[in-house]
Design a protein around this ligand. Structure first.
Ligand SMILES: [Zn+2]
Length: 234
C-alpha cells in the first residue's frame, strides 16, 4: 500500500473532524499531500466515518487521477487539488460544514478578528469568497470553488490566514499537515461562534487593535515566535 503514514494521518484528521463535532453525517473531508511524491490522500466519497479504514482512503495525483484505491474519492477532491497547486506551503486541507463558520459563509460575511483567540491562529479577518457565477456552478463546480478561494487570497498570505469561507457554502481550512488543518477547522468554528456572540452583546464591537493582533499571531508563528517550549515545532 502506498503512503501508509500519510494514510494514517489523513484518517486521523478525518476522525478528528467528527470528534470535534465539525461534521454531520458525511458533510466534510480531509486530505493530505506528499510533496515529494506529488500524491494526495483523501477521504473516499460517502463512506461513514465509523467504518472508514486507512485502506479505504484514495490516493490520487495532482490531476485527480486515481493512483491507488477502489473507492471514489471525495467529490470535493478538485477543490483540494487547486489549493495544493496554488499554495505550495500547505500539506493538508479540511472541509467541514461546521455550524457557526457555515452560518458566516451563508451570510457572506468575513469573520472580523475580535480577540486574541482568533489572532493566535488567523492573522486577520477570515475572508469570504465571491459568489460563484452560474457557468462556474454548471461546469467544473468543485475546481471553480478552488479558483474562487485562490482569487480571494490574491492579496492575502495563505500561511497567515489558513482558512476561508466559501460564499453560501462552508469553510475550507488548511495547514502544514492534515491534522493541523483539522485543528485549524476546529479553531475557526470556535472563533466563528464567539464572533457571533460578540456581535450579539455589542453590534458595534470593533476588531482587535493591530498591536494586540500582531503580538498574538507573531508570538506563535514566524521567526520571532516564542510561545511553547524551545524545541516544540508548532
Ligand atoms: Zn461542502
Amino acid at each position: 500500500m502506498l503512503l501508509p503514514e500519510l494514510r494514517r494521518q489523513v484518517l486521523e484528521a478525518n476522525l478528528e473532524l467528527v470528534r470535534r463535532g465539525l461534521v454531520l453525517f458525511t458533510f466534510g473531508n480531509a486530505s493530505g499531500i506528499s510533496r515529494e511524491k506529488g500524491l494526495v490522500v483523501i477521504k473516499p466519497s460517502g463512506v461513514p466515518y465509523e467504518k472508514m479504514k486507512s485502506a479505504d482512503l484514495v490516493v490520487t495525483d495532482l490531476n485527480g487521477k486515481i493512483v491507488e484505491g477502489k473507492l471514489r474519492p471525495s467529490s470535493d477532491l478538485p477543490t483540494h487539488l487547486i489549493l495544493y497547486k496554488a499554495f505550495p506551503g500547505i500539506g493538508g486541507v479540511s472541509h467541514t460544514h461546521s455550524e457557526y463558520a457555515t452560518a458566516w459563509a451563508q451570510a457572506r460575511r468575513s469573520i472580523p478578528c475580535f480577540g486574541t483567540t482568533h489572532a493566535d491562529t488567523f492573522h486577520g479577518p477570515v475572508p469570504v469568497t465571491a459568489e460563484l457565477k452560474d457557468p462556474e456552478i454548471s461546469e467544473d463546480y468543485e475546481a471553480n470553488t478552488g479558483h474562487a478561494i485562490v482569487r480571494t487570497f490574491r492579496d492575502i498570505d495563505y500561511a497567515a490566514i489558513p482558512g476561508v469561507l466559501v460564499a453560501n457554502h462552508a469553510p475550507f481550512v488548511w495547514g502544514p499537515d492534515a491534522m493541523t488543518s483539522a485543528h485549524n477547522a476546529a479553531v475557526l468554528e470556535f472563533v466563528a461562534r464567539m464572533a457571533y456572540f460578540t456581535l450579539g452583546i455589542n453590534a458595534q464591537a470593533g476588531a482587535i487593535g493591530r498591536s494586540l493582533h500582531d503580538k498574538h499571531f507573531l508570538r506563535k508563528h514566524g521567526k520571532d515566535a516564542y510561545y511553547g517550549q524551545p524545541k516544540e515545532k508548532k
